[in-house]
Ligand binder design. Structure first.
Ligand code: PMP
Ligand code: GLU
Length: 387
């Protein structure tokens, strides 16, 4: 068929497909343990829901400015100053329909035919596909468990060419759970500044960290890093608001003016009701975030202790996000293994292939401790039989 060639080249999202399949099986009455979930399994805190209900009742049901209401951008600006040591004015902020939308906008604005976009691998499934739509090419920087799935300046340098335009950084990382320290970010930022490479910093999991209390933002390293970075964040993971679809990005004014124009002609504003909910999220105490973080930490520790008992499966302890990224290569082709495990013992895992890491499996611990126990029991049984 006569479809746009860039769109034709897109690969479906494995995270969305497998999560949907697991939900479908559950709906059919099957007892599936899903380690596929890419969203917190907690409900949105009640005061946030109430704010949305109030918005509807008060008739806050019309278009807002395309880039999001001024009051929400003012609060996001304060959040950046308070929590990330970043000075972004409300005019430098564009609120979109999820961080995914923010990333899509920024990539389309910056990347062009012939450009190269550097993506450390393993990576979140959607980055290369967004790059394809822009006409640019993804150039992957492979990392291994030995380097804790992180890049350093030397690895980055090896992959820079005349065409390099952007580096996409994601810390805490989906799928590996790795978190970059400020010391690790500094030489990366310096090299990007020196080579005039834009940095897109995806910080969507910043609140879900387990070994420290804050997660550094690369743009906060100094004025030069700030001038080359677009910081992306959102409400989905921190406030368990995945369905509300609110994310945002901020960066140099000139870039943000183009992001605004692009959004003006595509989606316009994210839902006015969700924006009121987001406003409430930023005004609330951090109590629910801290409770969620503590529960995730306990689940992570439980999942690690159970996986430790399965011979031949290895992983690096995740410091953030809610994924355990395990090396299953001893068992064969990971897509095939994931399919068989789902068929045989009703356990859903996401194979590493979509993250650029065949042989690995992503296990989300966004499910209860009881389900984690049950799921790993089934997994261990399956692996013992099929090794
Ligand atoms: N970045 C990463 C690394 C993610 O895992 C996700 C998945 N939800 C997103 C961005 C997008 O999140 P949302 O669009 O729900 O804000
Ligand atoms: N980001 C989540 C995940 O990686 C949600 C699904 C998606 O949007 O890809 O599973």
């Amino acid at each position: 068929m006569d479809i746009n060639r860039r769109i034709k080249s897109l690969v479906g999202s494995s995270t969305l497909a497998i999560t949907a399949r697991a939900k479908e099986l559950c709906a059919q009455g099957q007892d599936v343990v899903s380690f596929a979930g890419g969203e917190p399994d907690f409900d949105t805190p009640p005061e946030i829901k109430q704010a949305a209900i109030r918005a509807i009742e008060d008739g806050y049901t019309k278009y807002t400015p395309s880039v999001g209401s001024l009051e929400l951008r003012q609060l996001i600006s304060k959040k950046f100053a308070r929590e990330n040591n970043l000075a972004y004015t409300p005019e430098q902020i564009v609120v979109s329909c999820g961080a995914k939308h923010s990333l899509y906008n920024v990539i389309q604005v910056l990347a062009d035919d012939g450009d190269e976009v550097l993506i450390p691998s393993p990576y979140w499934v959607s980055y290369p596909e967004m790059v394809k739509v822009s006409g640019a090419t993804s150039r992957f920087i492979p990392t291994t468990a030995e380097s804790h799935f992180k890049i350093n300046a030397a690895m980055l340098k090896q992959h820079i060419t005349k065409q390099t335009k952007i580096l996409i950084l994601n810390s805490p990382s989906n799928p590996t759970g790795m978190v970059y320290s400020l010391e690790e970010l500094r030489p990366i930022a310096e090299l990007c500044v020196k080579n005039r490479i834009w940095i897109i910093s995806d910080e969507i999991y910043e609140k879900l960290i387990y070994e420290s209390s804050t997660c550094p933002s690369i743009a906060a390293l100094g004025p030069e890093a700030y001038a080359k970075t677009i910081t992306v964040n959102g409400f989905s993971k921190a406030f368990s608001m995945t369905g509300w679809r609110v994310g945002y990005c901020a960066g140099p004014q000139e870039i943000m003016d183009y992001v605004k124009k692009f959004q003006d002609h595509s989606t316009s504003n994210p839902s006015s009701i969700s924006q009121k909910a987001a406003l409430q999220a930023l005004s609330s105490s951090e109590e629910s975030i801290l409770a969620m973080r503590e529960e995730f930490k306990q689940r992570r520790d439980l999942l690690m202790s159970l996986m430790d008992k399965i011979p031949g499966i290895t992983y690096i302890k995740p410091e953030g996000a809610f994924y355990l990224f395990c090396d299953f290569s001893a068992l064969g082709d990971s897509q095939d293994v994931a399919r068989r495990i789902l068929n045989d013992v009703n356990v859903a895992l996401i194979p590493g292939d979509g993250f650029g890491a065949p042989g690995f499996m992503r296990l989300s611990f966004s499910t209860s401790k009881e389900r984690i126990q049950e799921g790993v029991k089934r997994l261990a049984g399956w692996i013992a039989k099929n090794r």
